[in-house]
Ligand binder design. Structure first.
Ligand code: NDP
Length: 331
């Protein structure tokens, strides 16, 4: 097509290194989890993805499961790649994941070699690319030896179908470390760990995974930094039309409780005193940690995306402000 990315896109975002790997990434990555399936008009998806590229994002996060229905987000992104971004494939970091269930078959779930490598082939067909930059194991599977799972990840790299590998949702510090050790033994180091982290979800801190990742030389790609929209001002006075809480399997209007609103209002007030929005405050909070390589954000409009990417332009959070955030952020 006729799309040409903005010439100064590499000057727009700060870049960080993923652990001790050679891979550098912008501090924002964009995820295609819930609004890039078949329920969202293709044109909307394309507008958001191309606006992200223009804003300096190169790192797009997918999974076999994303949609709905499963696999549709990869197909839709594949179309954007084919029609608009193909000439820039080498300048993009595309990821996918397997391991979460996508169907009733035992070969469509879990950490077996059969599921992981078959799914990767399927994802490559849907994305229309010969390789992904990062192939992730989506979540721990205690029914499969971790040795088998990491062996499949190593095969993905050795066969040229992935350049790096990652794990996701390993909240047990010892298990995350074991995955890093086992992978190192295969000669394919663990590059990134993708896990949830926000003002409202502190497991990476309480379970010392920030420290463990730094020790293992693994980058952290932290997802849902806005707690799916709860750390924005959108739910302060109601549930607006089109909001995720109205049409998601992962967030519901039942989550918008009075207790939640009190916490969000207090954080919103602090953000307003700093001259920014709650979303921008929440993103700055996640990115204050050097162990975090990228904040993995979502957006359902170009406006949301552009607004959020302005977050790093505000004054750093002070100790006093961090204490206020702790007071309202922790249940
Ligand atoms: P966020 O916490 O950034 O939530 C994004 C959502 O918040 C948007 O879709 C939008 O929801 C709302 N929002 C964003 N900006 C604004 C704004 N300025 N004002 C008002 N509302 C706003 O991240 P996600 O939960 O979407 O997760 C991001 C990515 O992380 C996913 O796409 C996926 O790639 C990855 N992920 C990985 C998981 C894993 O298991 N590895 C699990 C979950 C996510 P609305 O639709 O209401 O407008």
């Amino acid at each position: 097509m006729n799309y040409l990315p903005s010439a100064d896109r590499y000057e727009k975002l700060n870049w960080r290194r993923a652990g001790t790997t050679g891979l550098v990434l912008p501090e924002f990555a964009f995820g295609l989890w819930q609004k890039f399936g078949d329920r969202t008009p293709y044109q909307t998806q394309r507008d958001i993805v191309l606006a992200a590229v223009d804003a300096g994002i190169v790192h797009f996060d997918n999974a076999n499961r994303y949609g709905p229905p499963h696999r549709s987000a990869e197909k839709n992104f594949g179309r954007i790649l084919r029609e608009d971004l193909g000439a820039w494939r080498e300048e993009l970091v595309l990821t996918t994941k397997a391991g979460n269930p996508i169907g009733p078959s035992p070969y469509h779930r879990g950490g077996s070699r059969k599921n992981l490598l078959q799914s990767l082939d399927h994802s490559l067909r849907d994305l229309g690319t010969d390789y992904v930059d990062v192939f992730y194991f989506h979540r721990p599977d205690p029914t499969v030896p971790l040795e088998e799972t990491v062996g499949a990840l190593a095969t993905a790299v050795q066969s040229g179908k992935a350049l790096y590998v990652g794990i996701s949702n390993f909240y047990d510090r010892a298990e995350a470390h074991r995955a890093a050790v086992l992978l190192r033994e295969t000669g394919v180091p663990l590059a990134v760990h993708q896990s949830r982290y926000s003002i409202f979800d502190r497991r990476l801190e309480t379970d010392e995974l920030l420290e463990q990742s730094a020790e293992d030389g693994v980058g952290l790609v932290t997802y849902s930094p806005l707690a799916q929209g709860l750390l924005t001002d959108k739910y302060l006075d109601g549930v607006p039309d089109g909001a995720r809480a109205l049409d998601s399997d992962f967030l519901s209007s039942d989550d918008i409780t009075e207790q939640y609103r009190q916490r969000a209002r207090a954080l919103n007030e602090l953000a307003a005193q700093r001259g920014q929005s709650l979303a921008q405050l929440a993103l700055q909070w996640v990115l204050r940690r050097p162990e975090v390589t990228s904040a993995l954000i979502g957006a359902s409009s170009v406006e949301q995306l552009r607004h959020n990417l302005r977050a790093p332009g505000f004054a750093p959070l002070t100790e006093e402000e961090l204490a206020i955030i702790d007071r309202h952020g922790v249940h």
